[in-house]
Design a protein around this ligand. Structure first.
Ligand code: SAH
Length: 213
């Protein structure tokens, strides 16, 4: 299945809805207007692909709601060419939005089934990024530091390794909590100091520890 005029029409409506819901960043809105979300979910959900909803994907996981993707992307406050680490590749949709915005994207996924399916899909759609099968709690020390880090699973606490892999001036955008998560933004002010912002309630699948631990 390709990307047809009817899909583009639905995407434009979704972008309008996101503007109504308070998303302001033009680059984020432009990217949401371009990424074919219907190709990131099971074809049986195709007709719902441009509704502002999360959906089940393989391995009991979910593709994030477009509003959540837009909100987190906006909070990263990055410019094209900057390096961003995503924890929880999942369907690859959030990663594609960041690629579309011109970021250098690194993404980690701990479910082999998703990692194996998403990598070729992103390639096929023309998105170039670095993907890794592994545990996001450890981040990617070999590729650090990052201008931004985005966690797309609910973290029980803020992983120390991720804070350490942030550049001074960089931001970690992370939903923290068990049943319901508070969206937190941590801005690294100096080597030692972080400013903490709170941005309300969201719901994510849990960020789990390495399967072997
Ligand atoms: N960004 C994704 C959202 C997927 S849901 C999208 O746009 O579709 C969150 C994902 O985080 C799931 O795929 C889950 O397997 C993954 N995840 C959970 N704990 C993780 C961990 N410790 N390291 C890496 N990925 C993890």
């Amino acid at each position: 299945m390709g990307d047809l005029a009817r899909h583009r029409g639905k995407r434009n409506k979704l972008v309008k809805l996101l503007i109504e819901k308070g998303i302001r960043d033009r680059e984020v809105l432009k990217a949401i207007g371009k990424v074919p979300r219907h190709l990131f979910i099971d074809s049986s959900f195709e007709e719902f692909a441009y509704q502002d909803q999360a959906f089940p994907i393989a391995a009991g996981q979910t593709i994030s709601q477009p509003y959540t993707v837009a909100f987190q992307s906006e909070k990263l406050a990055l410019s094209p060419g900057q390096k961003v680490l995503e924890v929880g590749t999942g369907s690859g949709y959030q990663a594609a939005v960041l690629c579309e915005m011109g970021m250098k994207v690194y993404s980690i996924e701990r479910q082999k089934e998703l990692f194996d399916a998403t990598r070729p899909l992103l390639q096929k759609l023309g998105y170039t990024l670095y993907t890794k099968y592994g545990d996001g709690y450890a981040g990617l020390p070999n590729h650090a530091p990052f201008d931004g880090i985005i966690v797309t699973a609910g973290a029980p606490e803020i992983p120390k390794a991720l804070l350490q892999q942030l550049k001074v001036g960089g931001r970690l955008v992370i939903p923290v909590g068990t049943n319901v998560q508070k969206m937190k933004v941590l801005i690294r002010k100096t080597e030692k100091d972080f400013e903490l912002q709170d941005h309300g309630d969201f719901r994510f699948v849990p960020m789990l520890h390495d399967k072997n631990h």
